[in-house]
Design a protein around this ligand. Structure first.
Ligand SMILES: Cc1ncc(COP(=O)(O)O)c(C=O)c1O
Length: 421
């Protein structure tokens, strides 16, 4: 695998980008052979700057839902760009898009648009506090709500005061949720919830309906707002808010990533129960009203409503999960595929520092299949059953390689933090 351009860019980046690269798209915690820089994406595939082509199971960490460079979505974007994008005021599309989303998402009566998931989750926090005039929010340990000081998983530079008035509970654990609500007393503004447990490094878990229903009940009893953070999972599990599958409607839901198939837009959706608070907060950004991503979002939502993409993602995901389990078992590996099949996470048994996962993932990469060793992955509608079979054939080779080389694998130094090193 040629990596010369990637290595050269990394060397230049060291000088001009702090740490060489930042955030979740840094390859700092990936195997050393993973490329840092990419040149092109088309449908389900990705090319790195050295021209290596991959079947991409990360889908840009979620935004790619219908395929990179989707013809009609990008045509809508480019068409609007030619009329105007960042203007002195919003276009008519902001109303159309709010109408489209509130028609699709059962609990939603209104929408505010922004750019990143963190904008939406932070606005949800502020809206809940404005609506209830209370301070405390309850969150599940390990759940991710973004990179702002109140929620960043790496709080260097954030003040304790910015992270105050939060109580943590364990996802799917009703007793721990109830204890957190009791501790909040009469100052509970919101309960935040992920659509399912999609924390990094550990097995994923479907939401327990009893937990979801109890969260709704506790909010109703205390007058707090229930927030579902659908930034990562939105529209990959359902055409509605993800907890609608459990019959639970939140007051607020946050969206981003795939709602315009990769064009920059996110949203806070809310029910009338949170409208007063939302109208009272100062919500704005220079680029929050851009019309071109709204045009792309409208076309993405049309495809969500009118195509069988969701059934297709489930078929692909099930085929992949079944095939991987079979192949792993045939080679004698304990290999866990967890979470919804269209957003799977792969982990090996007895692999605390991920040395097996790193080796296996590198073997997949060498065969043109980009998987992630510790973060959930994403299916896109441009993938085919033939792509899944390509991934399964690659997995067979990777399991065999791991069987041969496994006993001699060295600890992965960069993952030592997982085992307390
Ligand atoms: C569940 C969840 N919430 C919020 C965010 C933050 O979104 P963004 O990175 O667009 O700010 C993410 C991003 O991965 C996410 O997965």
């Amino acid at each position: 695998m040629d990596q010369r351009q990637d290595r050269a860019l990394r060397a230049r980046a060291e000088a001009v980008i702090p740490g060489g690269m930042y955030g979740h798209q840094s390859t700092g915690l990936l195997p050393d052979d993973y490329p840092q820089f990419f040149a092109k994406g088309r449908n389900a595939h990705l090319w790195d700057v050295d021209g290596n082509r991959y079947l991409d199971f990360m889908c840009a960490y979620g935004p790619n839902l219908f395929g990179y460079g989707h013809e009609t979505i990008d045509a809508a974007y480019i068409g609007q760009l030619q009329h105007g994008d960042t203007l002195t005021g919003p276009s008519a599309l902001i109303v159309e898009l709010a109408e489209a989303l509130t028609a699709m998402v059962t609990h939603a009566d209104w929408a505010i648009f922004c750019k990143n998931g963190t904008d939406a989750t932070t606005m949800a926090l502020v809206t809940a506090r404005a609506q209830t005039r209370r301070k405390i929010v309850i969150r599940a340990r390990g759940a991710y709500h973004g990179s702002a000081p109140w929620c960043t998983p790496r709080p260097t530079g954030a003040l304790d005061s910015e992270r105050s008035h939060q109580i943590f509970c364990d996802y799917n654990d009703v007793a721990s949720l109830e204890a957190a609500v009791a501790e909040a007393g009469d100052d509970l503004a919101a309960i935040f919830a992920a659509p399912f447990k999609h924390d990094a490094f550990v097995d994923q878990a479907e939401p327990d309906p009893t937990y979801a229903q109890r969260a709704r009940q506790l909010c109703d009893q205390t007058g707090a707002m229930l927030v579902v953070d659908d930034v990562r999972a939105g529209f990959r599990l359902s055409r509605d808010c993800s907890w609608s599958r459990l019959g639970v409607q939140p007051d607020l839901s946050t969206w981003g990533k795939c709602i315009a198939n990769g064009h920059p837009i996110s949203a806070l959706l809310g029910s009338d129960s949170a409208r007063k608070g939302a109208a009272a907060i100062y919500a704005t950004g220079s680029f929050w009203y851009q019309a071109a991503p709204m045009a792309a979002a409208l076309e993405t939502l049309r495809l969500i409503r009118e195509t069988d993409y969701l059934g297709h993602l489930e078929t692909l995901g099930q085929h992949l999960a079944d095939g991987l389990r079979e192949r792993a078992a045939a080679q004698g590996f304990g290999f866990r595929v967890t979470g919804p099949v269209q957003m799977p996470l792969f982990l090996f048994d007895d692999d605390p520092d991920l040395r097996k996962g790193f080796h296996w993932s590198s073997q997949m990469l060498a065969q043109g299949v980009y998987v992630h060793p510790w973060h959930n992955m994403f299916m896109c509608a441009a993938m085919t059953l033939e792509d899944m079979d390509q991934a399964l054939n690659a997995a067979d080779v990777a399991f065999k390689s791991l069987k041969k080389d496994g006993p001699g694998l060295q600890p992965v130094a960069k993952m030592a933090f997982l085992t307390g090193g």
